[in-house]
Design a protein around this ligand. Structure first.
Ligand SMILES: [Zn+2]
Ligand SMILES: [Zn+2]
Length: 267
């Protein structure tokens, strides 16, 4: 009983995977349910690429897949929204209750891009990490039109530093993470466990197991798992290993969503 709740079809500017291929691959991997979560990043700060989706076309294509694979695979209407503090109203307008599941992700922070490195210019590694966490905290205080925060410590992936330390190693960063988690839990929102994270240090998803332990300790229950696949080969990657680690931490459930409402599944 597994669900991959972070998948990018060709509706994402950085994926060439046809939705049909994605669904067939998910069935072959033995998944029961998926959420297709293409990128919608309003005011993304890179002129070379645009992460915006034609919502009507996108939802129609998902509906086509839902009909085609009925009885074989449950397919949810998801989206990965890039959230920034100055576009929260635009995010609400776009979402308009049309989705089953929303990942709130931070790809651009304070109008600078993490991926191309703009965000790090003029800052030391920990200064940049802390600046990122403060921006995340500000948004989770103000905004709750999402179900889970995507890849919470994604900042570790970028910036071209020699080492990518766990954010929990720094006291100030750990304090900010604690506050972010407290806010998410209070607002009945959750975290995703993103298995593309193993690419960074080989040992941790995003967020790291240390952050997930803190989330559990603080009472966090809403948890989705997703591979963040842009190609069929990585769908459901490292799910068995990850789920066994989550159980060891103490988590008892994984979450799926319908019309933004959580459903808990025993693991
Ligand atoms: Zn993302
Ligand atoms: Zn993604």
């Amino acid at each position: 009983m597994f669900f991959d709740y972070h998948l990018h079809s060709h509706f994402s500017a950085d994926s060439g995977m046809k939705m049909d291929d994605l669904c067939q691959a998910a069935i072959l991997k033995g998944l029961d349910e998926i959420a297709i979560t293409d990128h919608h990043d309003i005011d993304y700060q890179d002129n070379k690429i645009e992460f915006l989706i034609d919502k009507d076309k996108y939802l129609k294509e998902i509906e086509k897949m839902q009909k085609r694979y009925e009885g074989e695979l449950v397919i949810k209407k998801g989206i990965e929204m890039g959230i920034q503090s100055h576009i929260l109203q635009e995010c609400d307008n776009y979402l308009a209750n049309n989705f089953d599941f929303v990942i709130g992700s931070f790809h651009t922070v304070e109008k600078s891009d993490l991926y191309n490195g703009d965000f790090f210019e003029g800052y030391s590694q920990w200064e940049a990490y802390i600046k990122y966490l403060k921006a995340v905290l500000k948004v989770v205080k103000e905004y709750d039109n999402y179900n889970v925060i995507g890849h919470l410590d994604i900042i570790r992936r970028y910036g071209n530093f020699e080492k990518q330390p766990d954010l929990m190693e720094n006291n100030e960063a750990a304090g900010l993470i604690k506050e972010i988690l407290r806010m998410i839990i209070k607002k009945e929102r959750g975290l995703e466990v993103n298995t593309s994270g193993y690419r960074i240090d080989g040992k941790n998803p995003l967020p790291s197991f240390d952050i997930l332990k803190l989330y559990y300790k603080q009472g966090g229950k809403i948890l989705t798992i997703g591979s963040d696949s842009h190609k069929t080969a990585t769908i459901a990657q490292k799910f068995d290993f990850t789920v066994s680690k989550l159980k060891k931490i103490g988590f008892k459930y994984l979450t799926t969503f319908k019309n933004m409402k959580p459903k808990f599944h025993k693991i």
